[in-house]
Design a protein around this ligand. Structure first.
Ligand code: C5P
Length: 251
């Protein structure tokens, strides 16, 4: 794809090594959330983080990823023009839906190609190398429908019941992973999995769960680097500190 020189390009960008031969994917960026839990008074994707709109960090990362050859963004319906302006003319911007997976389904309808990599704009630290790595790993394993970025769970997990939150089980922590984005899929498998009623889409907290429900095999792609999600006001401090540190290291 044409690499944009819009406001989303980074001064410190240096092309990562090309890890793939002929594997190309469309990045689908879910950016249509309201941001109500953040309390920013506007859509989360446009909240300034580290001096630029949140979604600009993800756009930079997918532009710099060698595996990505097209980008589709699901935008808050009332802010489509603003997102188009911000993203540049090499990015397709579509109005998002009422739920996250509905937004992904709408964006996927505008995507072509064998692989689709879904990413939440709310995770601005995902790197070009992470996108390249997850697409390469998917391409190397024809037996799976998708790979999900994830980190090992570090807290002990307990299953609790009722209003009293009585503990009923402490499962083996080593089997649990905290699931993030990006999530890379064979596009046909994701399309089929998202072809369910909007009420079902609304219950999904990630896209892989819909692929799993449709019978697709999904594997974890372990991520060592911090890849936090901007959800609550307090997350902003951590994310801005990590972005500052990364910019300093790459300068
Ligand atoms: O709300 P949550 O933090 O789980 O949202 C995760 C991502 O999904 C965010 O990047 C948000 O913009 C996106 N989203 C969306 N459409 C919605 C709701 C959330 O694209 N209707």
């Amino acid at each position: 794809m044409r690499r944009s020189t819009s406001t989303t390009s980074s001064k410190s960008a240096s092309a990562p090594p090309r890890p793939l031969s002929g594997t190309r994917a469309t990045a689908v960026i879910a950016a249509a959330g309201s941001g109500s839990r953040l309390g920013a008074g506007g859509p989360k994707a446009l909240v300034p983080i580290g001096g630029r709109p949140l979604v600009a960090w993800s756009l930079d990362a997918v532009r710099r990823a060698q595996a990505i050859d097209a980008i589709v963004v699901a935008a808050p319906p009332a802010h489509v023009d603003e997102l188009r302006e911000l993203a540049g003319d090499d990015v397709a911007v579509v109005p998002g839906g009422a739920s996250r997976s509905e937004s992904v389904a709408r964006a996927l309808a505008a995507a072509a190609g064998e692989f689709a990599v879904v990413h939440d704009a709310a995770r601005p630290l995902a790197s070009p190398e992470l996108f390249d790595g997850i697409v390469a790993a998917l391409a190397e394993d024809p037996g799976v429908a998708g790979l999900v970025a994830a980190a090992p769970v570090i807290d002990t997990i307990k299953r609790c019941r009722g209003e009293e939150l009585e503990v009923v089980e402490t499962p083996d922590r080593s089997e649990f992973w905290a699931i993030q984005t990006p999530q890379a899929f064979r596009a046909d498998a994701l399309r089929a999995a998202l072809d369910v009623p909007t009420e079902r889409l609304a219950t999904a907290t990630d896209d892989a769960s819909l692929v799993e429900a449709a019978g697709g095999r999904v594997r974890v792609y372990p991520v060592a680097e911090p890849n936090p999600k901007l959800t609550r006001p307090v997350d902003r401090f951590l994310i801005e500190a990590l972005l500052r540190e990364r910019e300093t290291l790459t300068r």
